[in-house]
Design a protein around this ligand. Sequence first.
Ligand SMILES: [Ca+2]
Ligand SMILES: [Ca+2]
Ligand SMILES: [Ca+2]
Ligand SMILES: [Ca+2]
Length: 272
Amino acid sequence: MVNDGEKAQVFSNERVGGFTETSLAWGIEAFGRLRGVDAADFDQDGNFDLFLTAEGSVLNLLLRGPAGTGFRPDVFSPRLLFAGVPGNRFGTAFADMDNDTDLDILLVVNEPGALVVVYENTPTGFQRARELNSSDPNGDVGSARALAIADVDNDGRLDVAVGTDRGRILLFRNESKETGGWIRIVTQGLRGNKDGLGTKVEVKAGKACQRREARAASGYLPQNSHSLHFGLGPHRAADYVRLLWPGGVKQIEMDVAGGQTVTIEELNRKGK
Ligand SMILES: [Ca+2]
Ligand SMILES: [Ca+2]
Ligand SMILES: [Ca+2]
Ligand SMILES: [Ca+2]
């Protein structure tokens, strides 16, 4: 959890109805003045990683997921860490914008000529790939704050909505020419958790094995589309989709065709 302009906190689910603060154990307590956060497994090693936006002269942070002892800074993407006008960085999201099976990073920067920048995930770190800016002829739309991801025109390419401090909502449609296959998963839980929030979803296609988690919100104030979007690169189907529901139920669907949104209902193990 990020508290606007303060330190981030980590709370561990004790599975007995309570949470304990464990910021110290995960090495998070050292980083102050943060604004936005997203968690995803960008390097596909099975551990969730964090990207945090910061205010003032504090650098943005890319932290690789816990390998036993806590999060550790990633040093391979210096331009991403320095990105944005100091004091004016807010929303962020991990998303596969080019459907090549790796997660890219979107970041509110509020630089002259760019409200948002897309950083592409490459073998040598995150590289600045493109800027999103308003083309509004009526002038200044304000400073970007929240950023949300959804495929609003359902063409398989993720689009971006941006909210500004003047109450404007800007929509940027993704019209990238060369994008790979894709599949989108909607989790539908049984009983109390109808949206299946907290479900871990793994999609395997060729060599790429991607993991996501069904969530309600992340970034800075927004809520992304609830569906989980996976780029498939050259593949047109997933070899399998594996789910771990919050209640512990495991489920696997084999050979799921891509190019579509697939709603997966939680298996009813109790038969009622
Ligand atoms: Ca990771
Ligand atoms: Ca990508
Ligand atoms: Ca890439
Ligand atoms: Ca789209």
